[in-house]
Design a protein. Structure first.
Lengths: 416, 416
């Protein structure tokens, strides 16, 4: 992609409305723009990152045997009344009456809808285990939206639901999901803690939260400074039973939450199955959420420096940024175009900064938007034919001949 | 994918609530389920088709130089008041007040939001032409939702917006989009008419609708039986000026609509730019919509027979359906698994019907769900080692040795 042909409106000034570092960087790097508090537009660069995260989530869910579907945001309130959650969830759920007089809501989650669907189609233990998931836009009437994509009124979730004939099946699926989550967050470039948690409005007995340490995090987790054991924060002083040291308070952002629901929803909505002995029982369920759009902000919280974002490889909107320091016709632009084509043909995702801007502006924006590998063609190229390669994360710079550059770029990307 | 590991709830009986053939088939083939009138869940098979259509749309939009972004569904009503469209669109727009007292709506389209975004970031003729698009979920308070995905309250649209410094630029972008639309509908396996149309609530001067002839279509188009010239229906008797024959009335479904908007939105929202002479003028806009979820139903309207759906190659949820007629361990299942792996390794999308069902049930479901190539392993295989290949569209059957099968399957898919 050529910079002049896409839409990356970077900003020099630090936006005043942004409270967290990730929010500031997302605005400055032209990833998102606020339409109103709690509702954001993803610009091309931000959408690419969002899509990369979705791709990682999809791959890990599919590899775990989960099947993707897509459920409506518009839901009949009636379904929520059957489980009593219309009251429990309360005002955070957006509700309205349509022209036909139907009481509707915008689903903040989908346990009711999926259980009702499975109720109609799963009637035997032979049809289970079954894991269904979706990546879908959810809505909350959030009274204090904050930190950009971290706490928004409209956001993207991955929600998965498991259906089993017995507790052993649920235990197995729960552990499969737990492992998938660890892989997802690792691939996103995150250090993530898994913490036993309360089940809250979801109900059920066992649940784990996935918490990412971050300065702007609003959830406190206790962490052992030695072995990294993590516990929910309930009291001030807790000693790690292994290391015999006091756990430390860490601010974190919740990026995932998994629950053993049991039969809470299947019992109230009548999702029953016949077991091997011919006995009718409610299906045993688990549910598994990931805050997909929130992850974009969280990845930035943990992958940045004073100059800007440092994208982990799998999340980066582009692999390589080519920076020609002269854009008029001549040897620099000729070589830049040649490399742009070469990299594209090799399957690399390339952005070229073909703007008519000073070198300083281009370098600053390059560090700000955080593409892993920068390739500079400037005076050095005119003199010696050499290109300068910069690794955004380490800041290391290398000088190469044009012939070597493809191997060097590929090697740099593989090394990350 | 193994049939027993996914979720394809086919139905033998014709669903009573469905009025159109595509709606019946989508329910029977396990593509969608109704949550309530106007709101549908996409089950795994339906979501794959939807994603294939989205992929085609994306490829053609990106190849046309358009940049993808993603705008919020939640919008401040204030923005709609500025263009006066809150009144023009009326009750079909879902509106509510949130806990903070904000007057919000769910965007049935995004001219206001995108113009407001571009207003903030485009200030010079040098930043244009620019085409931005999204594939996004939209909402309408539809008083009579009908025909499943054809007229729904929640649906997926591709909406693109072009921004130009002069009328020539708009003309060029309009024609680029017109050509992209023709390619998109062709790749979806559709015969589609392009018809000059009224601009309606969008405003602007010139617009074209893309209309697909279908029995359940609610829009009448006049078509010349000889040269296929298409005109909007305004009066009963119109003669084709070329062929000198009377145009015929054809029922159609609208799948796309493109508009030369001019300065309607940029003028009322203040999206101005400086031209080459330093004069400040409102940006010249076009907008370009495709009903993405509606396309799923429309493709079926034109690609089906008495037995079920016949997917065009690029839209099909899978390329090949392997049908082993014995699922107990033995030579049939052994070979079926071997082919399943072989095809998968070759990059083909394979579904295997490993259900414990009678041959008749499997054949009926195979025709119903409409995967292009069926591969049957039954008695003939046990006798001679031969497999039966059936082409869903023509119904032709061929018998091959297992060694030949990969080439034959690939050849069949390429020939479509």
């Amino acid at each position: 992609m050529l910079w002049t042909k896409t839409f990356i409106p970077t900003i020099k000034e630090v936006p005043q409305e942004a409270e967290s570092e990730s929010h500031k960087l997302m605005l400055r790097a032209g990833l998102i723009r606020m339409l109103m508090a709690g509702a954001y537009s993803y610009l091309p660069l931000g959408l690419k990152v969002l899509n990369n995260i979705q791709r990682i989530v999809r791959e890990e869910m599919n590899n775990s045997g989960a099947n993707e579907l897509l459920l409506p945001a518009l839901q009949p309130l009636e379904l929520w009344q059957k489980t009593g959650r219309d009251k429990i969830i309360g005002e955070v759920m957006i509700r309205f009456t349509d022209r036909r007089g139907r009481n509707l809501c915008l689903g903040p989650t989908h346990e009711e809808v999926i259980t009702d669907l499975v109720r109609q189609h799963v009637s035997s233990y032979k049809q289970m285990p079954l894991i269904l998931y979706q990546i879908q836009t959810k809505f909350r009437d959030e009274i204090r939206p904050r930190f950009g994509l971290v706490r928004a009124c409209e956001f993207i979730m991955k929600d998965a639901y498991s259906f089993d004939a017995d507790e052993q099946g649920l235990d197995k699926n729960y552990s499969v999901m737990h492992e998938a989550y660890k892989r997802i967050f690792k691939r996103c470039g995150l250090d993530c803690l898994s913490v036993e948690a309360d089940s809250g409005v979801m109900g059920g007995k066992v649940s784990h939260e996935f918490m990412v340490p971050a300065a702007c995090g609003e959830d406190i987790v206790l962490v052992c400074p030695k072995c990294k054991l993590a516990k929910p924060f309930k009291e001030e002083k807790v000693l790690c039973p292994q290391c015999k040291v006091e756990l430390e308070k860490v601010s974190t952002i919740e990026v995932g939450h998994i629950f053993k629901l049991g039969t809470k929803y299947s019992a109230s909505l009548g999702a029953n199955f016949l077991d091997a002995k011919g006995v009718l029982s409610p299906v045993i369920m688990g549910c598994y959420g990931i805050g997909v759009s929130r992850l974009v902000a969280t990845v930035i919280e943990q992958n940045r420096d004073q100059q800007g974002i440092i994208w982990p490889k799998e999340v980066a909107p582009y692999d390589v940024l080519i920076i020609p320091l002269e854009i008029t016709d001549g040897p620099i632009m000729e070589k830049a175009k040649e490399l742009y084509k070469l990299f594209g043909d090799q399957g690399l995702k390339v952005l070229m900064d073909d703007r008519d801007e000073r070198a300083g502006v281009k370098f600053k924006d390059a560090d700000l938007i955080g593409i892993p590998v920068h390739l500079v063609l400037g005076k050095e190229f005119l003199k010696s034919g050499n290109l300068e390669l910069k690794l955004r994360r380490s800041g290391e710079k290398f000088s190469f001949s044009a012939e070597e550059v493809l191997n060097k770029v590929k090697g740099s990307l593989d090394g990350k």
